[in-house]
Ligand binder design. Structure first.
Ligand SMILES: Nc1ncnc2c1ncn2[C@@H]1O[C@H](COP(=O)(O)OP(=O)(O)OP(=O)(O)O)[C@@H](O)[C@H]1O
Ligand SMILES: [Mg+2]
Length: 159
């Protein structure tokens, strides 16, 4: 697990940019955290670092949006999904194929329906209004192999 404290949205986006430098085609990342924690802000920093030039907006009402960068970015928000059956309609296995990475806001809610090979990014509120704690957890071999390298790039020791 990797812990990084941030105190501005730009710092959270810088963390996201570093994570984006370590992604490969087929990767899945889950963004977890309460309303307003910074999941979409993270996605914006992540997308920008992938070379996405169009504005990345909250996909809350559309469930899924695509952006072209060095890889295709699938940005999903499953907050409004009522049950796990609806996950089928998103056809996540299909999204994970090809030259793309998939980022799912509120992804923990559908984790049982996902492959157990993802990076979890959990953002929680700190003391000050703009303080956040970003907790990064590798789930499955695909990400655990990269955890140490990612921690070094973020300038922290894995714990
Ligand atoms: N350190 C920080 N990291 C991230 N966001 C921050 C930070 N400090 C302040 N903010 C602000 O918090 C807000 C986060 O909003 P954002 O839409 O990214 O949250 P969210 O987790 O996607 O919420 P939702 O669950 O509604 O989708 C933004 O207005 C952002 O500017
Ligand atoms: Mg959001």
């Amino acid at each position: 697990m990797i812990l990084v404290a941030t105190s501005t949205v730009e710092q959270t986006q810088a963390v996201a940019a570093t994570v984006a430098e370590h992604v490969a085609a087929g990767d899945l990342l889950l963004l977890v955290g309460d309303l307003g924690a910074g999941k979409t802000a993270f996605a914006q920093g992540f997308g920008a670092a992938l070379g996405v030039t169009e504005p990345i907006t909250s996909p809350t009402f559309t469930l899924a949006r695509q952006y072209q960068g060095r890889l295709l970015l699938h940005h999903l928000d499953v907050y409004r999904l009522e049950n796990l059956n609806e996950v089928m309609d998103l056809d996540i296995p299909e999204l994970l194929e090809g030259d793309s990475v998939t980022l799912i806001e509120w992804g923990d809610a559908i984790a049982p329906a996902l492959p157990a090979n993802y990076l979890e990014l959990r953002i929680s509120f700190g003391e000050g209004d703009d303080d956040r704690l970003v907790q990064i957890t590798a789930v499955g071999p695909r990400w655990s192999a990269r955890e140490r390298v990612l921690a070094t790039a973020l300038g922290v020791a894995p714990c």
